[in-house]
Every structure is written in structure tokens, then in C-alpha cells.
Ligand binder design. Structure first.
Ligand code: ADP
Ligand code: ZN
Ligand code: ZN
Length: 659
């Protein structure tokens, strides 16, 4: 038998592995640390895989020297994590290793490294009674050996302050903290708040960093130079060797789900990391995911609640749904209802600020011909092209761009017209209705350049503008005390999603957007414009009572046995030729369906994905459902094996989503 090993995983590019022979009497497992002859000496290595054969000449292969005792150095922990992820998410170990252990890259040093200093430059707030109780509760739970807990606090209840106090204690004990936040809420606000509290001890990760800069941040964790790593999901792989706590703020946020293989769910991976590092995990949210909250309900996860906002006098905003059908009936064709327009004006007159949410960027979501009805579509994807203000048509899936044609490509008429509204159009409308107001727009287009995102938030917080409008980006974590009105322009776009989790997402989004209003002493108000004002989800959102929402959602999921009442796996098969996909799946599905049925599971599909074609590739989805997690993984492996037999040249790309 032979083993593929990786030598010194922290220092080499991890693509490179070496083959060694396993001596007859040696028992070896994937992930074991071993000592191998390497160069002129011996080196520590880790076993990646075990094989019966190798394609090298026998005489060139050396024997593994010995198996080392597991000492749980951080490398070993991270390797075990990669091994676990590889199994859990059906992705090759190499790909998982690349995710877990960043390739080491040299960066040129700019300026001196910050020294380790301990002084609190910013005086900590004294906790409210509610915060103090929660803090004690969490500490007690962890000291009794609870592995995880949920801090469930309404928006503005001061969860961050509780995190900071916990961090302080962990650091005082000489341990380290990973602080996860959704990508987009890593604003100067959160960042400076933490950096001021722990000067010199914080390292940050974010998406605009180069690979070298990321490696540098990670290296500071390994060397002990910093004690806190703050960042989006990949910060969970910080190579701290004495980890004391992992905090995951806004646990429900969708950016925590990886969009590339391994398509991991951060919530689950940090629990594994916590287990390997013997450190507790704290989840925080105002709208916990149904998945997580079902554990609280079952009594498997201790939960600590903050019911009130922390700033004295601040209360949750007043919410109201505006019936847009009525507006139309009464002759108002504007994107603003009369009541929203009036209330915006009122705020402008009083010198208060307004936030407007719209979940579509660009100027208009589609352009079509008024003569033949044809819409302009992306040649590579199964979607319509978005019109942008600069007259360019853009595909929001693949980035394809083209100029707006003068005549219809189908019937040659010149009656092309843009329909619908995106953030750019909303911005122009705002300018014409409120000509004196300062207006900022925040979406992917306006924040493309480095630093632009922070610049907009900074300007708004310094009250250089009255209205901030934008997409999801304006929603998360921001704390602007002068904002007293939040408008959700077109909630129907969110309600119409057909995914079984759509209700949950909509509820979370509405709560988060609304949570931006009235965070200071002045009361806040939220207006939600809708063409289906009686939608049950809106009623639940208006109540601002998570438990009622959860109860409804739970009943619905239970009735249809959706997660968390079952385990569901979405398997996407992706290929450029539709006919080939159909042919292969047609041959293989009867066997797969039979096997899954025999195993007590259910299959659905293959269905075309919601967007069937992206970047010239077709996507078919098969769902499998079972009550048992491990059986789902076995059924998945069976599918992989069967697909390999039919698709001999490995043309079809497979993607798994564990739901
Ligand atoms: P959350 O994360 O729960 O939405 P934050 O931690 O952002 O809430 O806190 C909301 C606001 O309350 C912030 O402006 C913060 O400075 C303030 N705050 C938090 N704790 C206290 C406290 N103990 N006393 C006074 N203000 C507080
Ligand atoms: Zn036409
Ligand atoms: Zn496209």
C-alpha cells in the first residue's frame, strides 16, 4: 500500500503531494501525521490518501518512517477540518485543503508591523441590565461545557457590545477569537469599533484583499501577533493555535454559504472547528435561521435573548404596508406611493435621514420591443438583459455587455422600451421629486472601486446626504442614528421567489431593512410598498415577532417535510450540451431513483434550474430527501459513482448543495 502525503502544509503550495510506501505492519489513516524521509533529512507530513498502486517505479519510492502521535497542532486541526469537509460536501480533498489552508504567498512589507499593545483606547459602554444578564448566562453556559449558544437580540439591542465583553475575557486568558460577520457589513463602523477596543490585536480579512494580503493576515494569526481575526466566512480558517471562541454574527446571512466548491455552510463548519479546537461557538442574530432555531426549540442549543434596544429611549420602528394597487386605481403611476413621498418630504424638512431599499440594480431590469413583444436576452444565459444608465445592456449572471440597439433585433422596429425599475432609475426619480435632497446610491455598480463602499457609508454617517438608497448592501449592520424612515420600494420582488426557503429569506430581509430605522432617540418608521398587501408573510413581518413567524414557517416545513424536518441535497448537473445531459440522466435516473426509494428516500427531478442556462452551460437539478444525514451522503456517493459510469469522459460538472 502507498500513501500520498503532504509535507509541511503551512509552507508549501498544497497542490504538491508525494508518494511513500506504507510498511507492512503500519496502520495508517487519512489525516495522520507521519515522519518521512525528505531531501537529506526527515520531515513531518500528513496523509492525504491511501492507494494500492502508484505509477512511479518501485525503486524510487521510499518508506514512511513512522506514525507520529496526534498532537493537535493547528495544521492538524485544519487538515482534519478539510478531511471532514471533503466528506460532508462531496468535494475533493485537494480543493478543500485549498479552501482551508491559504497558499502561502510573500507580500512586500509596507511599513512596520504593529506592536502588541494592550490599552483600551475606547472606554467600553456600561452594559444595560439585559446585556449584563445575557453575558453572564453565556459565560455560565460555556463554563458548564455547552459547545454552542445563540444570542438572539432584536436589531439595535447591542449584541456587539456583548461580543466585545466576551472577547475581552478570552484575550485576557491568553486565547484567541474568530469573529465572523457577513461580507458586506464589514464597514468602517464595525471595524473601527473593534480596532479601537483592541488596538493592535485585530487582523481583518475582506474580499477586496489580494491573495498575498490575505495570507499575511492569516500569518499574523499563526505567529500570535494578533488575537482576533475578523472577517467573512473564510476567517473561520484562521490558524490560531489556542482558539478560545468563535462568534458568528448575523448567523442567518446568506453570504455565509460558499458559492464555490466546497459549497459549505459556515454554521456547520464552525461547529466542527469548535469541536476540533475545543472552543465554544456563539451565534448571534435578530432573525435566526429556521435550521438553527429548531435546535433551540428542541432544547439542544441554549438561547439568550435581548428584547429591547440598547440606546435609551430607542424602540422598534412602527411598520406599515402600503397598498400599491390602490395607488394605481386612484391614478398614481409613480414608483412612490403618496404616503411614502409625503413622509420622505417630512423627514427632509426636519433634517432627518431616509433609507430606501430596492433589490434590483441597474436602470431597468428589461428592455423589450413594443411591436413584437420580444425582450432582449443574454446570448449566453437564460435571462433578460438589464439596462444601465450609460445605455449599456448588461447580463447580471455572466457580465456580458452590449450597447442598447437602435432597432429591435427581431422585427427591426424602433419601438424598444425599458420596463421596470432598478436602483439607478430610483435615484433619478428621487432627484426629480426631491431636487434639493442629497442622495447617495449604494449597489454593486457604485461600489466597484476599492474604498468606494466605505466612502458612501462615511458620507451618509456624516450627514452629507439625506437619502441613502440601494440594494442588500444598505441593509446589514449599519448604525445611523439619524435615520427615522425606511422605505421598501417593491417588496413583491422578494415575495415571489419560489424556493422553499423564500419565506424565511423575505422575513429576514424585511426585519433587517426595518432594523435600520429609529436606532437613535427619535422614533423610526417603516413603509413597505406592495401589490399584495395581504400576503401572510407581510402580516408576520409587521408583527415584529420572530416566534410567530417561526411557528408558521415550521408548520409549513413540517407539512411538506422540508429541512429541518428532513435532510435535502440539491445535485446540479452542468454541461454545455442539453441533449447530452438529458441522455446521460435519462440512462442513469431509473437506477438512482430505485436505489434512493429502497433506501427510504425520495427523489425529485431532474428539473431545469431556475435560471436554466448560465454562461452557455445548462443546469439540471435533482433533489434527494431523506431523514438521515449520513444516508444522504451515501446516496450522493452512489449517484457520483453511477454518473461516472455513464459519463465516462467526466464532462458533466456536478455541484452539491446540502440544504
Ligand atoms: P445590534 O448588533 O444588536 O444590532 P449594536 O451592537 O450595533 O446592536 O448596538 C446598537 C446601538 O446601541 C449602538 O449605537 C451602540 O453603540 C448602542 N449601545 C449598545 N450597548 C449600549 C449600552 N450598554 N449603552 C448605551 N448604548 C449602547
Ligand atoms: Zn420587435
Ligand atoms: Zn449572461
Amino acid at each position: 500500500m502507498y500513501a500520498e502525503v503532504i509535507v509541511d502544509i503551512s509552507h508549501e503550495a498544497i497542490d504538491k503531494s508525494f508518494s511513500y510506501r506504507i510498511p507492512e505492519d503500519m496502520v495508517l489513516h487519512v489525516g495522520d501525521p507521519v515522519l518521512v524521509p525528505f531531501g537529506r533529512g526527515k520531515k513531518k507530513a500528513y496523509v492525504l490518501s491511501i492507494h494500492e498502486r502508484v505509477c512511479f517505479p518501485e525503486e524510487k519510492i521510499k518508506d514512511i518512517d513512522s506514525v507520529l502521535d496526534k498532537e493537535f497542532s493547528v495544521e492538524e486541526e485544519l487538515l482534519s477540518l478539510a478531511v471532514w469537509m471533503s466528506r460532508e460536501y462531496g468535494t475533493g480533498l485537494n480543493q478543500c485543503l485549498k479552501t482551508v489552508i491559504p497558499v502561502k504567498k510573500k507580500v512586500k512589507k509596507r511599513g512596520k508591523a504593529t506592536k502588541l499593545l494592550w490599552k483600551a483606547e475606547e472606554a467600553p459602554l456600561s452594559l444595560t441590565k439585559e446585556q449584563a444578564n445575557v453575558l453572564e448566562g453565556i459565560k455560565l453556559a460555556f463554563s458548564k461545557g455547552e459547545k454552542a449558544a445563540l444570542l438572539f437580540g432584536v436589531t439595535g439591542s447591542g449584541k456587539t457590545e456583548v461580543y466585545l465583553k466576551l472577547m475581552e475575557e478570552i484575550i485576557r486568558k491568553g486565547k484567541e477569537v474568530i469573529f465572523l460577520i457577513p461580507e458586506i457589513s464589514l464597514s468602517f463602523q464595525t471595524r473601527s469599533r473593534i480596532e479601537k477596543r483592541f488596538p493592535g490585536l485585530v487582523s481583518v480579512l475582506h474580499s477586496k484583499m489580494s491573495q498575498g494580503e490575505r495570507a499575511e493576515s492569516m500569518e499574523k494569526c499563526r505567529s500570535g501577533e494578533v488575537k482576533i481575526l475578523m472577517g467573512p466566512r473564510s476567517a473561520l480558517f484562521a490558524p490560531f493555535s489556542n482558539l478560545g471562541l468563535i462568534i458568528m454574527d448575523e448567523e442567518q446571512d446568506r453570504s455565509y454559504k460558499s458559492e464555490q466548491a466546497p459549497r459549505y455552510e459556515t454554521r456547520d463548519v464552525i461547529r466542527k472547528r469548535g469541536e476540533l479546537s475545543s472552543c465554544p461557538v456563539l451565534f448571534g442574530s435578530a432573525t435566526p435561521s429556521v435550521q438553527l432555531f429548531s435546535e433551540v426549540e428542541k432544547g439542544n442549543l441554549p438561547c439568550f435573548c435581548l428584547h429591547n434596544r440598547a440606546v435609551e429611549g430607542s424602540t422598534l420602528p412602527k411598520m406599515q404596508v402600503v397598498d400599491m394597487r390602490k395607488e394605481l386605481e386612484e391614478g398614481n403611476r409613480s414608483i412612490f406611493s403618496r404616503v411614502l413621498e409625503g413622509k420622505i418630504q417630512e423627514r427632509l424638512d426636519r433634517g432627518e435621514q431616509v433609507m430606501l431599499f430596492m433589490n434590483r440594480r441597474g436602470y431597468a431590469p428589461f428592455v423589450s420591443c413594443r411591436k413584437c413583444g420580444e425582450a432582449l436576452r443574454c446570448p449566453h444565459c437564460d435571462v433578460s438583459l438589464n439596462l444601465h444608465k450609460n445605455g449599456i445592456l448588461q447580463c447580471h449572471y455572466c457580465g456580458y455587455q452590449t450597447n442598447l440597439p437602435k432597432i429591435c433585433p427581431n422585427c427591426k422596429s424602433k419601438y424598444l422600451a425599458a420596463f421596470g425599475t432598478g436602483t439607478e432609475k430610483l435615484e433619478s426619480i428621487c432627484h426629480s421629486i426631491f431636487p434639493k435632497a442629497g442622495i447617495l446610491r449604494m449597489d454593486r455598480d457604485s461600489t466597484g472601486k476599492k474604498g468606494k463602499y466605505e466612502e458612501i457609508l462615511q458620507a451618509f454617517s456624516e450627514e452629507k446626504a439625506d437619502i441613502l438608497l440601494g440594494t442588500q448592501m444598505i441593509v446589514k449592520g449599519h448604525d445611523f442614528q439619524k435615520v427615522t424612515l425606511v422605505g421598501i420600494i417593491a417588496v413583491d420582488q422578494i415575495l415571489l421567489d419560489s424556493d422553499f426557503q423564500a419565506g424565511e429569506w423575505a422575513y429576514q430581509l424585511i426585519t433587517q431593512v426595518s432594523g435600520r430605522a429609529g436606532r437613535g432617540e427619535r422614533a423610526g418608521e417603516v413603509l413597505i410598498q406592495s401589490y399584495q398587501p395581504d400576503h401572510p408573510l407581510l402580516e408576520l413581518a409587521l408583527k415584529q415577532d420572530y416566534l410567530s413567524f417561526y411557528k408558521e414557517e415550521k408548520n409549513y416545513r413540517k407539512r411538506l417535510s422540508y429541512p429541518p424536518f428532513s435532510v435535502m441535497l440539491a445535485m446540479q448537473c452542468i454541461y454545455t450540451e442539453e441533449a447530452y445531459l438529458d441522455y446521460i440522466l435519462g440512462k442513469l435516473m431509473p437506477r438512482v431513483q430505485e436505489r434512493i426509494r429502497d433506501g427510504g428516500g425520495e427523489t425529485y427531478g431532474p428539473f431545469p434550474a431556475t435560471v436554466y442556462k448560465i454562461k452557455d452551460k445548462f443546469r439540471k437539478i435533482i433533489y434527494i430527501k431523506h431523514s438521515n444525514h449520513d444516508i444522504i451522503l451515501q446516496l450522493r456517493d452512489y449517484f457520483i459513482q453511477e454518473l461516472k459510469q455513464e459519463d465516462k469522459r467526466n464532462l458533466i460538472l456536478l455541484q452539491f448543495d446540502l440544504l
